[in-house]
Design a protein around this ligand. Sequence first.
Ligand SMILES: [Mg+2]
Length: 366
Amino acid sequence: MKIDEVEVRLVRLPYRSPFKTSFAEETEKHATIVTVRSEGVEGYGEGVMDPFPNYREETIAGAHHLLLHAFGPDLVANGCEHPSELTARWARWRGNPMAKTALELAVWDCYARQQGVPLRTLLGGELTEIPVGASLGMNTVEKTVESVSQHVEQGYKRVKLKIEPGWDVELLAAVRAVHPHIELTVDANSAYTLDMLPLLRQIDEFGLHYIEQPLHWDDLTEHAVLAKELRTEICLDETLTSPARVKAALDLGACTVVNVKVGRVGGLQSVREIHDLCVARNVPMWCGGMLETGIGRAHNIHLATMPGFVFPGDTASASRTYARDLVEQQLETTDGIMPVPEGPGIGVTLDRPFLEQVTESREVVR
Ligand SMILES: [Mg+2]
């Protein structure tokens, strides 16, 4: 592919309601939207960096610099034969998986559109719809139980609650009292330490499908210790930053369930490698979410059609998060099932007037 230009936009998109986790409360999405233009065809990618490093280390400012001064110029200068080669080519710049992913996704989308096939076809995904779960931010116990009931009624296949010490046992008891048998999971976003084992044992009693990232955001070894102490399966999120990291986690027994976020692991080529590893070892995967706009959400839906994604992911209806999205298609679930946007590439078109309205800055590498 000859790449004519790379456009990087910073956008701000208001959330319908604030989203609270154990590390932050956010009221609007700061998204990095990357467009690749190649011989009259456009492809879109989205970066999931935040303004501050609350989730992993990357920031929007750092990624913006690398997109405009490293990855973007390299792509425009050298083009590429196939999007799968970019991860290895950009390995000379260490780390920064989210920044690399924002551009790599745009190239995959552009390539699929040029080939006239849906992105999922390039990834070996045969599903035309995927089961999804919902992730609920922190609220009062009463409101959380009510929200769980609403999502169960809407047919979501799994409900995930954000927890932290002091916001866990009481909450889970209240939810389980009303919904003893639903597929329920929790995400601690690294809010616990190994010396809180007695508390973690209490959480272990609620028949959870798995517990996500209970310990430090970069830890493997203590998770391996904890895994031996709990019946509940451990799923890692923050810690898994590359195919090598996933392999290390599985080798150590640090997790038995894998959350895949394409931005965290460095792009779709990395997702393919992790997918093949997990399938070979019979490890269930699911697709995590970062409250993406329709561009990132569409990418997530396509990658979650790969056969190793056996648990429902976080790719819920866009309207739960945004009153108006950046894409024209409504990415909405019915009865907990999300249709895959069809057509070439990720199958969505931009709501260009709205994109202009929410764009804070736009820069182009030619
Ligand atoms: Mg998580």
